[in-house]
Design a protein around this ligand. Structure first.
Ligand code: NAP
Ligand code: ZN
Length: 346
């Protein structure tokens, strides 16, 4: 299936137009025309080689929505014309205990990423969503509610589920104080979800001009992290803090904000390790942990939650030829709050 997209032909080079063929439809597959694809900071880390090896040509993109154009003979979940979404993985072993539990992102044999690898047949390159067509096994595709704006849905497939999952796992809700560090693509979804779940939300940001937006999204408090005394005055007051910052930061400042048995969840993935003070961790029996996207059942639950609460991402829709500039602006924290590519421009 001839497909037009954008690719990095070498690591850490600008993305350029790239035409390739997607594999033929298998029995249980759906093919779809992509309508929108979000730009996740992970795309940028990968394309720039910040996380290690890159398989080129690299077609990034793992926040994908579109309309089904063809279904294989054994497909039951989708029909031609349906809305469909794809996130960070396109396959997994399907048989290990984590896959069986619907936590495919933690597949013991390794999930198959949407890009920068091979499919499980060991030969077909996995090429991502910065393109106009896609083919996927129906079991790894999501149903997109009809009521939601498609451009705003695309970022839910990574940014959305990545914040929804830990908020559910650590039981954000009424009576809980939740902190979201970094108001970017991931962070702004965390604010919307935590507020909709009934938690009291504080945003920690190094961008003072984002305060009004944070409040509009449901935050009760906004703390500018450039002022260390503002952080110190909040010591021992939070149940849960989700760190979405893509750059290095001092995690100890946030551990110190946890009350008894509170939890800091690492979600942002700068290439370098975090330094952690043992004293900060032991005091008040605090936890430091991580969370990676979410499984297929929970991603569907998140999309249905969005339909119920009328939640989508705040997006800036761009044309394909703006991708490289969008990368620069994302790294500079200058996006409100997710760039989404209009796939008709590939
Ligand atoms: P993003 O849109 O660029 O947002 C990151 C935010 O971090 C920025 O908006 C900014 O918020 C803050 N920030 C950036 N640089 C900073 C700096 N130098 N100092 C302090 N704060 C800074 O990125 P994203 O797409 O949300 O992704 C965030 C991170 O999560 C990335 O590392 C990405 O790879 C990772 N990620 C993890 C998962 C997972 O499963 N765990 C999934 C997807 C992505 P303020 O302006 O408000 O300070
Ligand atoms: Zn992502």
């Amino acid at each position: 299936m001839e497909t037009r997209g954008y690719a990095a032909l070498e690591v850490n080079t600008p993305l350029v137009p790239y035409t390739f063929n997607r594999r033929a439809l298998r029995d249980g597959d759906v093919a779809f025309d992509i309508t929108y694809a979000g730009i996740c900071h992970s795309d940028i880390h990968t394309a720039r080689g910040e996380w290690g090896d890159v398989i080129v040509p690299l077609v990034p993109g793992h926040e994908i929505v579109g309309i089904v154009t063809e279904v294989g003979p054994s497909v039951t979940k989708f029909a031609v014309g349906d809305r469909v979404g794809v996130g960070v993985f396109i396959d997994s072993c399907g048989t290990c205990e984590n896959c069986q539990a619907g936590e495919q992102q933690y597949c013991l044999k390794g999930m198959t990423g949407t890009y920068n690898g091979l499919e499980r047949d060991g030969v077909t390159p996995a090429l991502g969503g910065y393109s106009n067509k896609f083919v996927i096994d129906q079991n790894y595709a999501l149903k997109v509610p009809d009521s939601l704006d498609m451009s705003g849905v695309a970022p839910l497939l990574c940014a959305g589920i990545t914040l929804y999952s830990p908020l559910r796992h650590w039981k954000a809700g009424p009576g809980k104080k939740v902190g979201i560090v970094g108001l970017g693509g991931l962070g702004h979804m965390g604010v919307k979800f935590a507020a909709a779940m009934g938690a009291e939300v504080t945003v920690f940001s190094h961008s003072a001009e984002k305060e009004a937006d944070a409040m509009r999204m449901g935050a009760k408090h906004f703390v500018i992290t450039k002022d260390p005394s503002a952080l110190a005055s909040l010591a021992e007051s939070f149940d849960l803090i989700l760190n979405t910052v893509s750059a290095e930061l001092d995690i100890n400042l946030y551990l110190n904000l946890l009350k008894m048995d509170g939890t800091v969840v690492v979600i942002g993935l700068p290439g370098k390790p975090y330094a952690v003070s043992a004293f900060n961790l032991l005091r008040l029996r605090r936890s430091l942990t991580g969370s990676m996207i979410g499984g297929i059942p929970q991603t569907q639950e998140m999309l249905d939650f969005c339909a119920e609460h009328n939640i989508v991402s705040d997006v800036e829709v761009i044309k394909a030829d703006y991708i490289n500039e969008a990368y620069e602006r994302t790294v500079a924290s200058d996006v409100k709050y997710r760039f989404v590519i209009d796939a008709s421009t590939f």
